[in-house]
Each structure stands twice: as C-alpha cells, then as structure tokens.
Design a protein around this ligand. Structure first.
Ligand SMILES: *[C@@H]1O[C@H](CO)[C@@H](O)[C@H](O)[C@H]1NC(C)=O
Ligand SMILES: *[C@@H]1O[C@H](CO)[C@@H](O)[C@H](O)[C@H]1NC(C)=O
Ligand SMILES: *[C@@H]1O[C@H](CO)[C@@H](O)[C@H](O)[C@H]1NC(C)=O
Ligand SMILES: *[C@@H]1O[C@H](CO)[C@@H](O)[C@H](O)[C@H]1NC(C)=O
Ligand SMILES: *[C@@H]1O[C@H](CO)[C@@H](O)[C@H](O)[C@H]1NC(C)=O
Ligand SMILES: *[C@@H]1O[C@H](CO)[C@@H](O)[C@H](O)[C@H]1NC(C)=O
Length: 357
C-alpha cells in the first residue's frame, strides 16, 4: 500500500518535470514498415516479360531505342553502346518510366560525362498498389540481371557497370545485383541508391533488400528516412542529408513535404555529378547522431564527398548539410554547424531577446 503510494508519487513527480525524450515518445515506426507476405514468390509470365525493357540513350537526348527482355541480343549491338566505356543503368521508382523526367534527367547527365546510358523500364510492374509492386521487384530484378548477364557475354564489363536507382528502384537494384552475381559469379561495381524505399522493406534482412554486400561499392543517399526512404545504413557509405529525415524547402516559406524530401536525393546526385568535391559530408558515430545534427564536434573530423569522387575506403555514416536550392552544396561551410540551414535560422532568431511585428 505504502509502496504503491510511493510509486504513484514518484511517477507523478517525474511526469511533470520530465523533458521530452525518445524513451518517452518512442522512435518513428516508419511509414508502411511491414507488408506481410512481401517475401513470398511473385511470378512474371513469359508473355508479360515483353513489358520489361531497357532503353539506350543516344547522343541526342531525343534519341533512345527500346529493347524488350526478348530483344537483348539486339541491345548489345546498339550504335550508342561502346563497352570500352563505363555503363550506367538507371532503375526508377514506383510508377516511374524512362519517359518521365527522373530517368531523362539522369540519362542526359551521365551521357554528358561519357557513360553508356541504359534506362530500365519497370513501369508495367510498378503501376499497381505499392505493396504488390514492391513484391514484383524480385522477379524484375531477376530478369533484369539476366539481360545484364547476356550483355556481359557480349562484352559488358561488370567492373565498369554502375546502377543508379531511386526509391523503390533502390531495392530493385539490390535484387538485380544479387541475381547478376548468381548468374555470372561477378559483382557489379557500384550501386548508387537515392533514398531507397523503406515501405515494405524497412524491417527485412539483407537477402530481401538492398545491402552493401550486393556490389563492390554501395552508397546510399538518405533524404526521407522515416517515410518513403529507409533509415538503416545499408551501404558502404551512407549520407544522411540534413539528418536524413526531411529537407529544407526550395521556396523558403514552404516546407519540403515527404515526397519533396524523398526526391531531393535525385536532385542532389544530379548536382554532385557536376559539382565535384563540393558536397562535403562529416562522419558520425550513429544514425541517431546524424538525425540530431551532432556530428560536427566529433574528433577527429572525418570527411568524404558526395558524388563520383567519394573516397570508397572512408566508409560509414555521414552527415551532409545542404542549402535549400539547386545546386544545394555548401562546400567547406558544410563542416561548420553555424552554417547548417535551420541551425542558422534558429540561432539568429535566438540572438534577439524580443521579436516585434
Ligand atoms: C517467350 O516469349 C517470347 C516472345 O513472346 C518467345 O519468343 C519465346 O519463345 C517464349 N519463350 C517460352 C519459353 O515460351
Ligand atoms: C555518339 O558520340 C560519340 C562521341 O562523340 C561517338 O563516338 C559515337 O559514334 C556517337 N554515336 C552515334 C550513334 O552517332
Ligand atoms: C562480390 O562481393 C561479395 C560480397 O561483398 C564478396 O564476398 C565476393 O568475394 C565478391 N566477389 C568477387 C568476384 O569479387
Ligand atoms: C582515401 O582515404 C584513405 C584513408 O584516409 C587515404 O589513405 C587515401 O589516400 C584516400 N584516397 C584518395 C583518392 O583520396
Ligand atoms: C545565415 O543566414 C543568413 C541569411 O541567409 C546569411 O546572410 C548568413 O551568412 C548565414 N550565416 C551563416 C553563418 O551561415
Ligand atoms: C539562446 O540564447 C541564450 C541567451 O539568450 C543562450 O543562453 C543559449 O545558449 C542560446 N541557445 C542556442 C541554442 O544558441
């Protein structure tokens, strides 16, 4: 009785002085964390496979040739492919298509830096309810890997093959790479996953989602980790942009919503292809530290770049500060907390004792 009373008083006392903490509030579960049955088999029939196709981007941005799964042998002879050069395969997200801007922009950007550009068309397999589309990404990965393995027989060198993927495509690229290794015994050299999808994949293990063991080098750009993206550091290098949860709005007054934050990863990568060594990221000890923007004071300060100039041997979790408008990079200012976008605004406000309007 006395003990009970003590407990009531103890907790009552605690409740009203206790600050907001994660122990009290909990952590985000993440949007659509689990999709029961998502690891069960999904089958694409031979008749439907013709919808899985790869576009080859020509020199002129308007020229692109489409090859279905059954036409891979013609794909190898496309006049715009030169297997002496590096090759980038772009894997789009939910509802995406090579005709839409995300693919087009990425294709033109890689073409301009001398790559062969392939754009995967998964539109037929993603234009349906999301959890069903997520499940179809396994066989899509398997058959795409078969196309790449057939191209390898025609001269495509996996050490010069890079996958760039957005959102659901991030998980698809994992399935492509796993199956490519099964078929050829070789690894794809690089996977760049731009805010890989969390919904239906958040709580799955390495065999059922993208993982750093899928390719020689896997980098992940996290921009919306609790909603459309994924919080786990699943790559060799994991960039948590502005903490990874949400991004500053392009138009100052407007919040960058979940979708806006999610696709920011794509815009950042496009910018990083042009502005080398401009996106400077700082290493963190944990994802939590990155979320709380607490990596600035870590000693020693270890840095890396976002983009093709990243030092692949300096791995782990990184905090990347950006501005709110294209081209987003902060250069060396990104290493100092006072330049951090919202930190700057809030500390500036804190300096005035009184606001008057
Ligand atoms: C699959 O379909 C393609 C084209 O429609 C056809 O050429 C091929 O023979 C079919 N393969 C099988 C195993 O039925
Ligand atoms: C595209 O441009 C490259 C480099 O300028 C050239 O080698 C190649 O032949 C061109 N491809 C076509 C199909 O004209
Ligand atoms: C491919 O990557 C896996 C996982 O990182 C590694 O165990 C394997 O040795 C690699 N294979 C080759 C041929 O490099
Ligand atoms: C990458 O980082 C390692 C370890 O800090 C360093 O030894 C190496 O020189 C760096 N490579 C490049 C290309 O900067
Ligand atoms: C903070 O933001 C203001 C207004 O955008 C800018 O003039 C100032 O240079 C910034 N200060 C720092 C330390 O970034
Ligand atoms: C805000 O200003 C107060 C003084 O008015 C200062 O003690 C405090 O450290 C400031 N907080 C931050 C986060 O700068």
């Amino acid at each position: 009785m006395i003990l009970n009373l003590f407990i009531v008083i103890f907790f009552a006392g605690n409740c009203c002085t206790m600050k907001s903490t994660k122990a009290r509030e909990g952590y985000p579960a993440g949007y659509l964390a689990d999709c029961p049955g998502s690891t069960k088999e999904a089958i694409i029939s031979n008749n439907t496979l013709k919808y899985l196709s790869i576009y080859v981007q020509g020199n002129d941005s308007l020229i692109r040739r489409r090859y279905s799964y059954h036409e891979t042998r013609f794909l190898a002879n496309d006049p715009d492919l030169d297997f002496g050069k590096k090759t980038m395969l772009y894997v789009g997200g939910y509802l995406d298509s090579p005709s839409f801007p995300f693919s087009t922009l990425m294709g033109v950007s890689y073409k301009s830096i001398g790559y062969n550009v392939l754009l995967l068309d998964t539109n037929y397999f993603t234009t349906m309810e999301y959890p069903r589309a997520a499940r179809f990404m396994r066989p899509v990965g398997k058959y795409t890997a078969k196309m790449l393995a057939d191209l390898t027989q025609e001269g495509l060198d996996p050490t010069m093959l890079e996958l760039v993927s957005l959102s659901l495509g991030g998980q698809t690229s994992g399935f492509i790479a796993k199956n490519y290794r099964l078929l050829t015994g070789m690894n794809i050299s690089r996977i760049t996953a731009l805010d890989p999808a969390g919904p239906c994949f958040r709580n799955l293990g390495p065999a059922d989602r993208l993982d750093k063991t899928d390719a020689d080098f896997v980098e992940v750009v996290h921009t919306n980790i609790d909603n459309f993206g994924m919080a786990a550091p699943i790559g060799h290098i994991n960039y948590y942009v502005n903490g990874g949860e949400h991004q500053p709005g392009e138009y100052f007054w407007m919040l960058c919503t979940e979708f806006c934050s999610h696709v920011r990863a794509h815009a950042l990568w496009i910018a990083a292809l042009t502005y080398h060594e401009s996106f400077v990221a700082i290493q963190c000890d944990s994802v939590q530290q990155a979320r709380y923007k607490k990596c600035y004071d870590r000693v020693p300060q270890v840095t890396n770049y976002l983009g093709l100039k990243a030092n692949k041997t300096v791995q782990g979790i990184f905090y990347l500060a950006t501005t709110n408008t294209y081209p987003y990079f902060m250069g060396k200012k990104g290493l100092k907390k006072e330049y951090d976008f919202y930190t700057n605004i809030t500390t500036t406000l804190n300096k005035s004792k009184l606001l008057k309007i």
